[in-house]
Design a protein around this ligand. Structure first.
Ligand code: SAH
Length: 364
């Protein structure tokens, strides 16, 4: 199959020129071949895109005028337009970008003592309907193309360039369910990981899923060395279904089975994200049940104090109870940490900035 042409046609059908950032290195080589160009041009183009980070094809001065024209004819380089950004007192930056068709997405840059990490969005909205999450409020509008995900990291890197800093890690934990947009996600991972691309090491990339079981098997078979997180949020299937409707399609026992397969295939551990929602899943009893569920599993638990979302009525678990929950897990021999919060003053929880902007749009 002619992958490259399929990609171009798909975008043309949508009335949008494909982003050059959608092309994996091998796809770019294929496109060049179709143009009668030598394949070493792919390295040159990747270097312009990801090392020199140019903003136009014109600047690719070691390519012929003819090739630059062909690139500009088939692809675009201005994938995202910055609408607004907010910087938190702790250095967290949140960007709101506009896509070519007018939809908006969020990207967050977090500063840690071990480097800068970028949190990317994979879909415009989300169709999973988790009852605590702001990202799903307006439903799913559309999937992002791989290049629209890559562009978020590239834009964040351009911003960091001003301070001579580097994006050192990427977390796929922004708006959307990554496994609901699987193939573009895989391309995205390969592009940012490529040594001629942004060269972000597999172990510095984390993907989080709400638990789309068939895709967990597919992901396991890819045998990537990237970090894998699962939003668990409950130790029993009833509570989980109440919080996350996806659990009705893929119940907890099926999810756990797929994770055993993942661990077996990759030899890697799983990180469980467990949001503490006041009086819903946060008692010592829940902690014990959770320990029982994941005992002997190669895993780690990340406790997330709930972000109170305007449109959602969950309340935060008191600090002492969070400590108690953590201690109970530790006593049961479970590896656990409490997520350090960042960007509290800038709507940095998933989908909050976008939700707020959209509200303001409708109010105006
Ligand atoms: N759809 C994927 C990727 C999103 S990751 C997934 O579900 O894993 C974002 C993480 O933040 C998920 O664990 C999600 O469940 C969690 N989250 C969303 N809204 C939250 C809120 N209000 N408080 C705490 N955690 C929340």
């Amino acid at each position: 199959m002619n992958l490259q042409l399929a990609e171009v046609e798909k975008h043309q059908a949508l009335g949008v020129k494909p982003s050059i950032l959608t092309l994996r290195f091998d796809h770019l080589q294929q496109w060049l071949k179709e143009q009668g160009e030598p394949s070493f041009r792919a390295s040159q183009i990747y270097q312009w895109l990801y090392e020199k980070r140019v903003t136009s094809f014109e600047e690719m001065s070691n390519l012929s005028k003819d090739l630059r024209g062909k690139l500009a004819n088939d692809f675009t380089l201005d994938t995202l337009k910055l609408i607004t950004s907010q910087t938190s007192s702790d250095g967290t930056i949140k960007f709101l970008f506009e896509l070519q068709d007018g939809y908006s997405i969020e990207t967050v840059v977090m500063r840690h003592n071990y480097g800068n990490s970028v949190c990317v969005t994979t879909q415009v909205g989300c169709r999973l309907g988790c009852t605590f999450c702001a990202s799903t409020l307006g439903g799913l509008k559309r999937n992002l193309q791989a290049g629209e995900i890559v562009a978020q990291v590239l834009e964040a890197q351009r911003h960091m360039d001003q301070q001579d800093e580097r994006v050192s890690s990427v977390v796929v934990m922004g708006i959307g369910e990554p496994f609901d947009n699987f193939d573009p996600l895989m391309d995205f991972l390969k592009i940012i990981n490529h040594d001629k691309g942004l060269n972000i090491g597999a172990r510095h990339i984390t993907v989080s899923t709400s638990g789309v079981v068939p895709k967990i098997y597919q992901f396991a078979d890819e045998k990537l060395q990237i970090n894998f997180a699962v939003s668990l949020h409950a130790p029993d299937t009833e509570t989980r279904s109440r919080l996350m409707p996806v659990n009705r399609a893929y119940p907890l026992d099926q999810l756990m089975e797929s994770l055993d397969y993942y661990i077996e295939q990759t030899g890697r551990r799983v990180t469980f994200e467990y949001g503490l929602f006041g009086s819903v899943n946060d008692t010592s009893e829940h902690a014990k049940q959770l320990a029982k569920l994941i005992k002997n599993m190669k895993c780690h638990v990340n406790l997330i104090p709930v972000n109170e979302v305007l449109e959602r009525d969950y309340v935060r678990t008191p600090k002492e109870q969070i400590d108690e929950f953590e201690k109970t897990l530790k006593d049961e021999g479970i590896n656990v940490t409490v997520r350090r919060e960042q960007g509290h003053d800038i709507d940095a929880a998933c989908g909050q900035l976008r939700a707020k902007e959209r509200q303001e749009e409708t109010r105006g």
